[in-house]
Write a protein that binds this ligand. Structure first.
Ligand code: WT7
Length: 659
């Protein structure tokens, strides 16, 4: 469980909704919220059916709202047809939104370019026509490995338009991770860039694709399409590799959106679970878009005049739901940012809010915590030095936000006039699940507050029985919702086992521990499985362990999380080498080698912050690694727990030496 729990449980501050945000809000006041919750509970089919008819454009209207016959493989609006891209772009063409700015792109070095909805539609159509001209069709899978750019949004939307199922791989992942995902989805197409630019540095992407495809098993990949970002040198395989701009050039700027069954997979996005192999979370067309759009409307209280900025990368679900799909379906103007919050200085976010007059800002606690620290040592770049008067709503996502970070964000960024929306959700849930609403919910720092209408969130014990308020338990969702994960790509058994364990009586198991207070507010306590949350990104301890043991020097490894003031949790690895115990400079050198290795195997986010060597790991007599002891050691604390079941108690001293 994560840090900050003590302070969370003693938190008593409450901030009522601001009257100016209540009037005219999408859900205006507690009464309207309760009425929607009641409608959803009493007649879920009417509730979701009404919302799907009101918010989505259907080419074939659905008759059945929910098909539970194959539960937990739920089907939503399953006899209807629609197209996500048409619902994000075409629907605006005959409205004043057509000439409104859709995307304001700001590059790492501060260059700004914009596209209107009409222009974005044309670019998506041209690229989709280009893909069609190469023979790519509905149902194929595309890997997208791109920097933050208008082109990344174009690539995703073009896939959605044709019913090509995309799987975006975050640009920080290694060629090995890219390879694993390319093989798992059976991709026929990879869309990438020559290089990405972050913090003034160029990082190659195309060469990582070349490496991944050379690892074998990717013969289905017929084309690699490359967005020219920097013009840096790339290797070229004639016939397979094509430039994105050349492919689009001369293509007609109209491309009929393919009508797709509501359950047609829209995308697959990999996330860590408690085994070494990441799970390909599969989302469906209509249900996903419905909830992406509705949560933009409800949670962010979308207004035509908004300038919306979600700082996530499209490589994560947050970028899918709150960049590529939800805000476009809502017709908002949004900021898309290529770079990092600390370049050219730590005031970059605040300067961009000022420059683009951002009204809704959505970021992660890890960014807030690191910018808090930075602002103290660089007072010129403190948010108070900027005009942030355009902001009306500020949000947080990815990990628990500790009350201190919440208060700093509320005071210094929101200037005590913007609600902080602490939104709880997951890759699997598709969109927000438990979150305050600007015109409704009194806020408590550190709590994601109350479930959205239609979301049957609850806290239960191991037997699936409800847990009383003030007691911890498993966070579950007791009824299906439209944006839920449909399956794990290629592994339906794992889907059932991971999310619908039989003892929970059909409820969806989120994998988080949580509790509710006397007001029914949810307080998330952290993961209950072997998944860490590092800077808001999920990382399986087993994934890091398998990377470590794949190194020729390593005999055995155990990985645990340790609370970290900036990244939430940090990776600590306990390693047994095949050779004698290294000491001093040699140990430092091997630790560095292993860190670089993990970075190359998975990606820099998985790099252990701390590596400890031992001749063995603490094990029970039956040979089970005692992780709870390792967690204590990792924190630098003395083990006070019972170690009588431990086969080799002396090992704990050895493992206490940090590297
Ligand atoms: C896990 C999901 C949702 C998009 C980004 C992460 C943690 C997420 C919160 C929050 C406390 C949170 C949970 C969850 N988490 N948001 N507001 N408060 N914890 O998506 O990579 O699928 O990770 O992130 O532990 O299970 P993800």
């Amino acid at each position: 469980m994560s840090s900050g729990i003590e302070s969370i449980l003693t938190e008593t501050r409450v901030f009522p909704p601001f009257p100016n945000l209540v009037q005219g809000a999408a859900i205006s006041g507690m009464d309207e919220y309760r009425a929607l919750c009641q409608e959803a509970e009493q007649s879920p089919d009417e509730f979701w059916g009404r919302l799907a008819r009101e918010n989505l454009a259907w080419t074939t209207p659905f008759k059945q709202v929910l098909d539970e016959s194959e539960a937990p493989f739920y089907r939503w609006f399953g006899d209807g047809e629609m197209n996500v891209s048409a619902n994000c772009l075409d629907k605006h063409l005959d409205t004043p939104t057509a000439n409104k700015t859709a995307l304001i792109f700001e590059s790492d070095d501060g260059k700004v370019s914009t596209v209107t909805y009409k222009q974005l539609h044309a670019r998506v159509c041209q690229f989709a026509n280009g893909l069609k001209s190469l023979g790519h069709r509905t149902g194929e899978r595309a890997i997208i490995y791109m920097p933050m750019s208008i082109e990344a949004v174009v690539a995703m939307q073009a896939c959605a338009r044709l019913g090509i199922i995309h799987s975006v791989v975050f640009g920080g992942f290694s060629s090995k991770s890219l390879h694993e995902r390319t093989v798992d989805v059976g991709a026929t197409l990879v869309i990438t860039a020559d290089e990405q630019v972050r913090g003034g540095k160029s990082i190659p992407l195309k060469s990582a694709v070349d490496e991944a495809l050379a690892m074998g098993g990717c013969d289905a990949v017929a084309h690699v399409i490359v967005y020219k970002r920097t013009g840096g040198a790339v290797q070229w395989q004639e016939g397979r590799d094509l430039w994105m701009d050349e492919l689009s050039a001369g293509q007609p700027d109209v491309c009929e959106p393919v009508p797709l069954n509501a359950e047609h997979p829209l995308f697959i996005l990999y996330t860590s679970g408690s085994t070494g192999k990441p799970k390909g979370v599969q989302h469906a067309t209509a249900g996903f878009l419905l909830w992406a759009l509705l949560t933009v409307k409800w949670t962010f209280d979308a207004k035509d005049s908004d300038v919306f900025w979600c700082t996530a990368d499209v490589g994560w679900v947050t970028g899918h739901t709150y960049i590529t799909y939800g805000p476009l379906a809502a017709g908002l103007t949004q900021v898309v940012f290529e770079g990092v919050p600390t370049y050219p200085n730590v005031g970059r976010f605040w300067e961009m809010i000022q420059r683009h007059k951002v009204t809704v800002f959505y970021t992660a606690p890890t960014a807030i915590r690191s910018l808090t620290k930075a602002a103290e040592s660089a007072p010129d770049y403190h948010p108070r030095e900027y005009d942030l008067g355009s902001l009306r709503i500020i949000g947080s996502v990815g990990e628990p936000i500790n009350p201190e970070a919440w208060m700093w964000y509320y005071t210094n960024v929101g200037r005590e006039r913007c609600p902080v929306l602490d939104t709880w959700w997951q890759t699997e849930t598709g969109a927000h699940m438990i979150t305050p609403l600007p015109g409704v919910t009194p806020l408590k720092p550190g709590s994601c507050t109350l479930p959205l209408p239609g979301i049957a969130a609850a806290i239960v014990d191991e037997a699936g029985e409800p847990v009383e308020s003030g007691k911890g338990g498993f966070l579950v969702v007791q009824r299906p919702w439209p944006a839920m994960i449909r399956t794990i790509w290629g592994d339906p058994e794992r889907f059932k086992k991971s999310y619908f364990p039989p003892e929970l009586k059909g409820a969806y198991l989120a994998g988080d521990g949580a509790q509710r207070d006397a007001d029914g507010y949810f307080w998330i306590m952290g993961r209950i499985d072997d998944v860490l949350n590092v800077s808001g990104h999920r990382l399986g301890t087993m994934e890091v362990e398998s990377a470590l043991v794949a190194h020729e020097l390593v005999a055995e490894a155990a990985v645990v999380g340790r609370p970290d003031a900036t990244t939430g949790e940090a990776v600590v690895a306990f390693v047994v080498l095949k050779r004698s115990l290294p000491e001093g400079a040699e140990a430092d050198q091997i630790a560095k080698q292993l860190r670089d290795w993990v970075s190359k195997e998975i990606g820099p986010i998985a790099k252990p912050k701390d590596i400890r060597f031992g001749e063995n790991l603490p094990k029970t007599r039956s040979g089970k690694i005692m992780r709870r002891l390792l967690r204590v050691v990792a924190k630098g604390e003395t083990v006070t727990q019972d170690v009588s079941t431990l086969e080799n108690p002396a090992i704990l001293d050895q493992l206490s030496q940090a590297r």
